[in-house]
Ligand binder design. Sequence first.
Ligand SMILES: Cc1cc2nc3c(=O)[nH]c(=O)nc-3n(C[C@H](O)[C@H](O)[C@H](O)COP(=O)(O)OP(=O)(O)OC[C@H]3O[C@@H](n4cnc5c(N)ncnc54)[C@H](O)[C@@H]3O)c2cc1C
Length: 519
Amino acid sequence: MASLSTQVLVIGGGATGLGIAWDAALRGLKVVLIEQFDLAQGTSGRYHGLLHSGGRYVVSDPQSALDCAHENQILRNIAPTTIENTGGLFIATPADPLDYSDRWHAACQKLGVPADELSLSSLNEREPLLNPRIARAFELQDAALDSFDLAHLLKDNIEAAGGQVLLRHRLDRLRREGERTTGAEISDLITGRRFNLDAEVVVNAAGPWAAGVARLARVDLPLSLGKGTMVAMATRIVDTVVNRLKPPSDGDIIVPVGTVCVLGTTDTPVESPDALEIQPWEIDLLIAEGDFMIPGLQSARALRAWAGIRPLYQPGPAQGETRSLPRAHALLDHKEADGVDGLVSIIGGKLTTFRLMAEETVDLICNKLEQEATCTTATTPLAPAASTTLFTLPERLERQSESVSRSDNDHLICECELVNQTQLERAILSDERPSLDDLRRDLRLGMGPCQGAFCAYRAAGIASRIKPSIVSVSFLESFLNERLKGLSPLAWDGGLRQIDFMRRIYLELLGDEHRTNLT
Ligand SMILES: Cc1cc2nc3c(=O)[nH]c(=O)nc-3n(C[C@H](O)[C@H](O)[C@H](O)COP(=O)(O)OP(=O)(O)OC[C@H]3O[C@@H](n4cnc5c(N)ncnc54)[C@H](O)[C@@H]3O)c2cc1C
């Protein structure tokens, strides 16, 4: 087996791991990050899309509220291209406890989280579909944050600062000599090649998989896992993030994201980081609770459902539910916690606070390596690399209109999300072996109302021309099955028609013998 070496090895290519690798590279440390799948394929790509203002936690978890409010401002400065400044509303619907709004507003004022009360007439003007019986409304600095764009930016900036990001590389074994970890055995999942990587510090940023990673070093990491389910509605029913004025609970938020808006979320304890199956009651509950905010929501078209897993560090006895556990992050030096040097774990927190979590982690690493280097991520803008295809929807629309007026019509491949041929070709070329699902995360291809019914076969056709070796029937089938998995919990009415329509297109295209493969 080949052997390589680094100072810092980061396990996990979600927002936390990428933030750590970026911070470490900027401080001049030699850093390698490995990710078993694609960028943000774990919880970071399965989240709600909210850049927190802090308002959700002012009563239940003031430290998290302060961290979110602080990081919200920093991210707006360093990663503006990933954020849509929707603003946020906190509303008291007839189903919410009215006395909570006073307590909540007092907590915002005490913590310095800006929250301005709105008149009900201006609320109605701003979001006409909201419940007309809302008693109070406040405006906060919530926004929508595209985690896929953020992950790409971080990767580009890690590499520009001299760090390495190895996608589709899995940690198989942590090497331990006596009471310290000294490196890892890693598999390249594309080539099958295995190699050793010596590392002075290994950072476990594996999200819900973190307990499994710690076990590889024979360290017990007590985690509680909570599954949250979300439902995307087929249109942007609101243009502002809407939260209910009640203690955080199931079904209390709607976030406009791209062309859709996302209802969230539930929180149920699960045993495994892969327990992503969605229960019918979760869908019913999210839609019923959403209806308190937007009357009539129950009859609007729901597009797809998905779930993400939240890991919470819980050293005490296991509790039955995860909603009430603090959402703040935990940073563990396993030398202090378990007598094993060279291993650090960073657990929990929020995507909004990934930079702060990274700063604290790299401070600890510098301390362990006895290196003095100051964190600069709060003031270093994440510059898009020339190859990065970051576009908000209005920018995509503008580019498309420009291309039509220049009459060099760059063909639209995905009409819902306005992905054109140039963007698609560039994304295919920039990855050694992309799947259609990777291209979806890169470009939002297939994420809109048709869910890939029209764009998946076009994208497969273009990929087969550029990289024939990566395209086979399963290239299409595995993408379609992933889409169908998210559509099937909503298989009634419009959703059912959508599934039937999509299956018919692809059975026509691939042949009836593929009927059983399209599950
Ligand atoms: C339902 C839900 C909704 C949420 N909504 C919001 C929100 O709106 N706003 C917000 O700020 N936060 C939100 N959060 C929290 C936020 O999503 C997480 O804090 C954040 O995404 C965690 O990122 P991470 O990098 O720590 O973990 P992950 O994104 O899960 O990354 C861990 C990575 O480690 C990799 N990995 C694991 N094992 C190995 C191995 N052996 N080898 C190589 N790689 C490995 C995985 O493949 C994975 O990609 C939400 C969380 C949930 C569950």
